[in-house]
Design a protein around this ligand. Structure first.
Ligand SMILES: Cc1cc2nc3c(=O)[nH]c(=O)nc-3n(C[C@H](O)[C@H](O)[C@H](O)COP(=O)(O)OP(=O)(O)OC[C@H]3O[C@@H](n4cnc5c(N)ncnc54)[C@H](O)[C@@H]3O)c2cc1C
Length: 502
């Protein structure tokens, strides 16, 4: 090679190198920085103290009592515990996985029942019903059903929650055309404040069925639940990107009118800026598409999200990171994750994969439901409200939920579009107060459009907002007095909205 050719080759390599750095240097820097900052240093609480996933409800309790796994032993011991607590005037709280965020599963200075591990399961092929212990996580239920060719009908977007906690908030997910979780429940057994076990269904103890579903642990301990299930099937993913204003029309066209659409969620662009913030949407839907030989992809739980986690976390506190993440979601997600999934695979997904793990920051959720026809107006309101506040919005997911005809404290009193907001904030009272102010404005905007908000997150709503969102709340708390006159079952939610304690 002559000197001149060598120089040319070196020059070309330099240009290629500069192009690579220009194209990938900045994203690589942001992703590497997110990995570097991603600490895992949350300290364990001292014995006798409890908190929930928000890490903002730390409280001392008199006693932590773990439900034994054996059902007969558990029922006898639980009855004795409730009698003792009543005699000693100790309030009793019930906890599943404590992923609620307002102390819903904690009564300070009381007895804290831990349901985790109370997870027996039995599937009856003939009736097609699954009986499952209330302390079972969806992460336990999904593999159990998978081996039987079945799947869960309605659950949250993640599998880290207990069945009892899911029923007590009456959760919903991204399953298309479905009412909240209780619509899939045939019956459940509940131990009340007297220590009696009652079977509750739409025909037996119907009053308690409607109160304790979505009843936030205020009517007794749900022991086990009988659930309808569906077949586990193979789904094909479809994705569409369009202006956010068109969300309702695109959803109607691509999902509601598609007879094979089973699951769907939307994401909204949260990159700050007049031209970007809530201006674009991605709709991802999953459609029944059996393999020619009928096989299903094998079920596996993804333990660590690796690169997707780093890309997600690069958006914290960074407009560029948010824009990078949006570009990745729009352009390369299908290439990374593939096109075919089993239903169970889509549901077998833990919250910890993307969640904040550092001691000084936390992620907080809020969810608003708005009736059909109101999505464009709600987006307008959000574009005005959110930029006014010093808060870090990482994500908005959009889903739909059908009318709930079962519960008293219902958030879906019609078919609704559900907007789930994910915020990241420093773990300080100041940051919590800032988010409280923003959340109250979002709730006012939601209520003005005839919407509702979801109850398991921070208790930021004022009591007046709570009553406006839940017009049957008076009936709910009258039911509480009827079924638990001494107020044995308590928690942060009841104290704030039922007893009026600040
Ligand atoms: C990252 C994240 C994502 C989420 N995604 C969704 C979603 O997609 N859809 C959705 O609907 N919700 C979602 N949630 C909210 C979640 O569904 C609720 O917080 C749910 O309660 C969590 O279940 P858990 O087992 O942690 O319940 P806990 O928080 O432990 O308890 C919740 C309530 O249920 C009561 N309870 C629990 N077990 C029993 C029992 N056996 N008997 C009587 N009462 C009981 C408790 O007293 C408490 O009031 C999400 C939450 C987080 C943190």
């Amino acid at each position: 090679m002559t000197k001149r050719t060598k120089r040319r080759v070196l020059g070309a390599l330099l240009v290629v190198g500069l192009i690579v750095v220009a194209l990938f240097g900045r994203p690589a820097f942001y992703i590497a920085r997110a990995m570097w900052r991603d600490r895992d240093d949350i300290a364990a609480l001292p014995p006798g103290e409890l908190d929930d996933v928000s890490r903002l409800n730390r409280a001392k309790v008199a006693e932590v009592w773990k439900m034994p796994a054996d059902p007969v032993m558990a029922e006898d011991q639980l009855r004795a515990l409730l009698r003792r607590a009543k005699a000693e005037k100790l309030p009793v709280s019930i906890a599943g996985a404590r992923h609620s965020m307002g102390g819903h599963a904690i009564a300070p200075d009381g007895v804290a029942i831990q349901m985790a591990g109370f997870n027996r399961m039995e599937f009856d092929e003939e009736s097609g019903l699954l009986t499952v212990g209330a302390g079972a996580l969806w992460a336990d239920v999904i593999p159990y059903l998978d081996t039987r060719g079945r799947s869960v009908v309605v659950m949250q977007a993640y599998d880290s929650f207990t069945v009892g906690g899911s029923l007590s908030v009456n959760c919903h997910g991204w399953q298309v055309g479905k009412a909240p979780f209780v619509s899939t429940v045939e019956s459940f057994r509940l131990m009340n404040a007297e220590g009696n076990i009652l079977t509750c269904s739409r025909t037996e103890n119907a009053d308690l069925f409607s109160l304790a579903s979505g009843g936030y642990g205020l009517f007794g301990v749900i022991l086990d639940v009988r659930l309808r299930v569906v077949s586990n099937e193979r789904y094909r993913v479809e994705r569409a990107i369009f202006p956010a204003e068109r969300y309702e029309t695109e959803f109607a066209r691509r999902v509601e009118s598609s007879p094979d659409a089973e699951m769907a969620f939307g994401r909204l662009c949260v990159v700050p800026g007049e031209k970007t913030f809530l201006r674009e949407a991605i709709l991802t839907s999953f459609h029944r598409d059996p393999a020619p030989d009928g096989t299903l992809p094998p079920l596996k739980r993804i333990a660590d999200a690796g690169l997707p986690r780093a890309i997600f976390r690069s958006s914290i506190g960074s407009d560029y990171g948010k824009s990078l993440r949006w570009d990745v979601e729009k352009n390369v997600v299908t290439a990374i994750f593939g096109s075919y999934f089993s239903r169970n695979q889509l549901l077998h997904n833990g919250v910890d994969r993307l969640q904040e793990r550092s001691a000084d920051r936390v992620e907080i959720l809020h969810e608003s439901f708005v009736p059909k026809g109101q999505v464009p107006a709600f987006l307008d309101q959000l574009r005005a409200i959110i930029p006014r506040h010093d808060i870090d919005l990482l994500n908005i997911t959009v889903r739909t939920v059908r009318r709930d005809d079962d519960t008293i404290l219902r958030y879906a009193d019609g078919d609704m579009f559900a907007f789930v907001f994910l915020f990241n904030q420093p773990l300080t009272p100041e940051a919590d107060t800032k988010l409280e102010a923003a959340t109250r404005e979002i709730i006012d905007a939601t209520l003005a459009l005839g919407g509702r908000y979801y109850l398991p997150y921070r208790l930021h709503a004022t009591p007046d907002q709570f009553r406006r969102a839940y017009p049957a709340s008076a009936q709910f708390f009258e039911g509480k007095k009827r079924h638990d006159p001494t107020g044995l079952f308590q928690n942060g939610f009841f104290r704030r909205y039922g007893l009026g304690t600040p």
